[in-house]
Design a protein around this ligand. Structure first.
Ligand SMILES: *[C@@H]1O[C@H](CO)[C@@H](O)[C@H](O)[C@H]1NC(C)=O
Ligand SMILES: *[C@@H]1O[C@H](CO)[C@@H](O)[C@H](O)[C@H]1NC(C)=O
Ligand SMILES: *[C@@H]1O[C@H](CO)[C@@H](O)[C@H](O)[C@H]1NC(C)=O
Ligand SMILES: *[C@@H]1O[C@H](CO)[C@@H](O)[C@H](O)[C@H]1NC(C)=O
Length: 632
């Protein structure tokens, strides 16, 4: 979700006559209070795009910008970029990393109107294509004081006549297939002018198979999907289980697949576009549940990934399962750069989950919406996939769609906001193929151990008689509770949150439509994200506590579902995005409220589900509760 007022967006769309244009094919627009501001280009850095490019006056003739590697780049590198030949170091000097190297670094004054849709009223863009990242030269502490001086010209006696200054900045670079260039600017982010370009750096192998991540295809746990990216679209394969192989199917998407208003290009279609290469996916079959296998993916012509070990989850109906769940993760730079959208907790949470996985007790991971926050700046999907690879390459990484993957006015999302930056679920669906009902129907059910998981899309129509509603009703009413005694319901936007903000976190229409399904079908536990904190309820229905937990012998809050009363809701949106707070006056249904980065760890047997919210900073359990039923 977002946390700033966004009525402006709605007002702008109306001013531009867009709602008139789109109302014909859209569900009724959400009430203005539900509109969220797009965070595409929300940092100070976005202003790069909002000003005309001016040429720097009287640049030093000695200017240079050099990268520490001239040769082909590996799949991951920290490249030192050295600028030099500067007469007067200034705080306003900065270096951008751009890809591809021929993307425009000149001004695009006529497309200034494009940025209006993100709620920005600034008139003119600067760079016609958004840089991947940027750093101020002064982040080298020696720059402003000219600690790295060079003598450019000496007099006859050897004294220095012309002295210049320089800085060295470190950039984290991963293989985004397209070549890279570093560009030195003066004038700050607001009114930059171009000083010098570094020349092109290429990746050694733009076709390299990278960022493999796993997902389950069904409840048998005898097959596993592996999805990876490569610059080459010819079939590759996954080799696994000591000699077996499965061919990949490669897909891609183009700028044309991104959604936009005709008069108002979205970031995804315009300045944020980056070629995703090819997304390969292959299904490994004939596996046993809860078993480990080695695998690698690629081909002899493009090369192979490292060999990695993964484990299948437990089969439906088996006694035990453990999983980790969080929402709203995103990514953050591993260098001091500014990027268009940074989620400060993402590195700590992925690090903590990686530690958790070393215990061998994580059977799968659920990431429940707001996945990468690329929001139309497509190269950021590569950074996100790189960040989660240590987790998602080992166990099945199951996802739900969020507003920042799907929403865009005129595209069929329930909420008419530009939150996906024009991706409209296309990038999400390509990178995270789930066992869903079909294209742009990102809802599914899957069973592991004693749990029936039902994963919905809060961004697609959910009202009574909608396709998704009918599916949820059918799925929930057909669960075999003797095989999977527990039903866990998952979505992105919550039904209960005591977060306070100008924008309500909860859509009362959503609650009115879908909450009765949960109660009528005896859903035990509900996980949502969207709000960036952790909160847990009583057994709640229509805002009233129907059941309260009791402390068990070890002091853990325990809900007894032998006599079912209502679902327990937990918000686990603390996966990375800047944290949200809580109302000072707690709601009666709110039993635990924690505003720290972290994730929930869940362990289920046939008679008990234990949920623990773990703070990523300390790995401490900050809240825990148990739901029990049957012969304890
Ligand atoms: C980049 O600079 C850092 C800090 O000065 C240094 O430790 C590192 O070795 C340099 N890397 C390269 C590739 O030159
Ligand atoms: C950059 O490389 C050029 C050519 O090799 C060299 O003349 C210049 O001094 C280098 N600049 C810096 C700041 O290292
Ligand atoms: C950049 O280069 C690629 C590959 O050569 C080409 O397809 C593309 O049109 C170029 N883009 C621009 C903006 O010149
Ligand atoms: C089950 O819970 C309901 C509602 O709290 C209560 O009226 C009923 O007596 C309970 N039944 C048993 C068997 O505990």
């Amino acid at each position: 979700m977002g946390f700033a007022p966004s009525r402006r967006v709605g007002v702008l769309l109306v001013l531009l006559g867009l709602c008139a244009a789109c109302s014909a094919q859209l569900p009724p627009p959400a009430p203005p209070a539900m509109l969220h501001e797009s965070f595409a280009g929300k940092s100070e850095f976005r202003t790069v795009n909002r000003r005309p490019l001016e040429s720097c006056r009287n640049p030093s003739p000695y200017l240079s910008i050099n990268a520490s590697t001239a040769g082909p780049l590996p799949d991951e590198a920290f490249v030192n970029v050295t600028v030099g030949g500067v007469f007067m170091p200034r705080g306003s000097h900065w270096v951008a990393m751009i890809t591809p190297s021929n993307s425009s670094v000149s001004g695009c004054p006529l497309s200034g109107v494009n940025y209006l849709e993100t709620g920005d009223t600034a008139k003119l863009p600067l760079l016609c294509h958004y840089p991947v990242k940027a750093q101020r030269a002064k982040s080298d502490p020696g720059y402003l004081g000219c600690k790295k001086a060079t003598c450019q010209k000496r007099d006859a006696s050897g004294g220095c006549q012309v002295r210049t200054c320089g800085a060295t900045l470190t950039f984290h670079v991963i293989n985004f297939r397209t070549d890279v260039e570093f560009v030195f600017f003066a004038g700050g982010f607001q009114t930059p002018c171009l000083l010098k370009r570094s020349g092109v750096l290429r990746f050694a192998n733009p076709a390299k198979p990278l960022s493999g991540h796993l997902s389950s295809t069904d409840s048998s746990a005898t097959s596993m999907r592996i999805t990876w990216v490569s610059g080459d679209g010819r079939p590759q394969q996954v080799q696994y289980a000591g000699g077996r192989a499965a061919a990949s199917v490669a897909t891609t998407f183009t700028r044309k697949d991104m959604c936009s208003f005709s008069v108002l290009p979205s970031p995804a279609k315009d300045f944020g576009w980056h070629d995703p290469g090819y997304i390969h996916s292959a299904v490994m079959t004939g596996l046993q549940p809860s078993q480990s296998y080695d695998y690698r993916y690629g081909s002899d012509s493009v090369g192979w990934s490292d060999t990695t070990k993964f484990r299948t989850p437990p089969a439906a109906g088996s006694d035990e399962t453990s999983f980790v769940i969080y929402g709203d993760m995103g990514k953050a730079p591993l260098d001091p750069s500014v990027e268009h959208y940074i989620q400060p907790g993402s590195i700590a949470v992925t690090g903590a989950v990686a530690k958790e996985m070393q215990t061998g007790k994580v059977d799968s991971i659920f990431h429940i919406g707001d996945i990468s926050y690329a929001t139309g700046f497509l190269v950021e999907w590569d950074f996100f996939l790189h960040l989660i690879r240590p987790l998602a390459s080992q166990v099945s990484y199951m996802t739900a769609i969020g507003n920042h993957e799907r929403d865009y006015a005129g595209s069929g999302s329930v909420y008419v906001t530009p939150d996906s930056g024009g991706e409209c679920g296309v990038a999400y669906e390509s990178y995270f193929p789930m066992p869903t009902a079909g294209k742009d129907k990102p809802w599914y059910a899957i069973e592991q151990g004693s749990i029936h998981f039902i994963v919905m899309s809060t961004e697609h129509a959910w009202s009574e008689k909608s396709e998704q509603y009918n599916w949820m009703e059918k799925d929930l009413s057909s669960v075999d509770r003797s095989r999977t005694p527990w039903v866990i319901f998952i979505g992105h936007r919550p039904m209960y949150s005591s977060n306070v903000g100008i924008i309500p976190s909860v859509d009362p229409d959503f609650v009115a439509s879908v909450e009765p399904l949960l109660l009528n079908n005896k859903v035990d536990l509900v996980f949502f994200g969207h709000v960036h904190n952790y909160e847990r309820t009583c057994a709640v229905y229509k805002g009233k506590c129907r059941g309260m937990p009791r402390k068990d012998a070890s002091g853990i809050d325990t809900y007894d579902n032998s006599n079912y009363t209502a679902p327990v809701h937990a918000i686990v949106g603390a996966g990375g995005f800047s944290l949200d707070g809580f109302s000072l006056i707690p709601q009666s249904w709110s039993l635990s409220r924690i505003s720290e980065f972290g994730y929930a760890r869940v362990h289920a047997t046939k008679t008990s589900v234990l949920v623990q919210f773990v703070s990523s900073g300390t790995m401490e359990i900050r809240d825990q509760f148990r739901i029990v039923k049957g012969g304890r």
